[in-house]
Design a protein around this ligand. Structure first.
Ligand SMILES: NC(=O)c1ccc[n+]([C@@H]2O[C@H](COP(=O)([O-])OP(=O)(O)OC[C@H]3O[C@@H](n4cnc5c(N)ncnc54)[C@H](OP(=O)(O)O)[C@@H]3O)[C@@H](O)[C@H]2O)c1
Length: 258
């Protein structure tokens, strides 16, 4: 299937490693010109060079903290100036901390809001005029499977991601007439540094991962490229009629019907 992504311009946020990096690599492999952003300049440049070497396509690194409004505005201006258009926006960020509800004060809630909800709204708002100008676009948000079945200690994540679900539904309604689709991708357990950091200390990591995978029907933790494949499809011409949805990539882990 030719996904018709050659020369499309894609912004992939929080992309120096993990899910963002895999998504950037997958879009680049399909011919897109990719602009990646995250905070650590050195890591980001290394990732851009690595992907570009693999795919033979241009990958631009622009450092940004997605939670910082001024930096985000500069980032989108630079990205738009680089190729003259923006076709795809992948909203992503680091995850908020895990803990019990009672442990989070106002400051923790505010930080989670700025990182995991406001940053998505802001980046979308900044990119939309560019998509409206060309009469098409794809906005895809990385959220979490916890919007389908709550996970212990994930109150900050779940609360902010539910906000993204509502926002994406409204945006799909408002921007459908411009041929812009808005969707969410909800990972279950995908093997990245974030997941590795949640493993219990003092236990062999492979055993700990096997233990975690016991409740997953497919019997294993997912790979970043398996989630990236869905994002790449949602970015494509073939996904033109999919909008306002939340799709899980979790090996069947969520037993919820809705
Ligand atoms: N992996 C999973 O199983 C899973 C499951 C459910 C939900 N998720 C969610 O999916 C998202 C990505 O997770 P991941 O597993 O890919 O995490 P990861 O491996 O820890 O990678 C996080 C990436 O985000 C960047 N980042 C973090 N904070 C940022 C900020 N303020 N501004 C710009 N970039 C930032 C990091 O780079 P810098 O540090 O250089 O900025 C890094 O490139 C997270 O929100 C996570 O909660 C993941």
């Amino acid at each position: 299937m030719n996904l018709q992504l050659t020369n499309k311009v894609a912004i992939v946020l929080a992309a120096s490693k993990g899910l963002g990096k895999a998504i950037a690599a997958s879009l680049s492999a399909e011919g897109a010109k990719v602009i990646i952003g995250s905070r650590n300049t050195e890591e980001l440049s290394k990732t851009a060079a690595q992907i570009s070497k693999l795919t033979g396509n241009e990958v631009i690194a622009i450092p940004v903290d997605v939670a910082n409004g001024d930096e985000m505005k500069d980032f989108i201006e630079q990205a738009a100036a680089r190729f003259g258009r923006i076709d795809i926006l992948l909203n992503n960020a680091g995850g908020p901390p895990f803990n019990k509800f009672e442990e989070f004060d106002d400051n923790a809630w505010q930080k989670a809001f700025e990182l995991n909800l406001l940053s998505f709204a802001r980046a979308s708002r900044l990119v939309l005029p560019h998509m409206q100008k060309t009469g098409s676009g794809r906005i895809i948000n990385i959220i979490s499977g916890s919007v389908k079945a709550v996970l212990a200690n994930s109150v900050l994540s779940t609360s902010m991601r539910m906000g993204v679900v509502g926002m994406a539904k409204l945006m799909a309604d408002e921007f459908g007439p411009y041929n812009i689709t808005v969707n969410n991708v909800a990972p279950g357990m995908i093997l990245t540094d974030r997941l590795k950091h949640t493993l219990p200390q003092g236990i062999d990591p492979d055993l700990a991962l096997k233990e975690k995978a016991k409740n997953i029907p497919l019997g294993r933790i997912g790979k970043p490229e398996e989630l990236a494949a869905l994002v790449t499809f949602l970015s494509s011409a073939q996904a033109a009629y999919i909008s306002g949805t939340t799709i899980q990539v979790d090996g069947g882990a969520s037993r919820s019907i809705f």
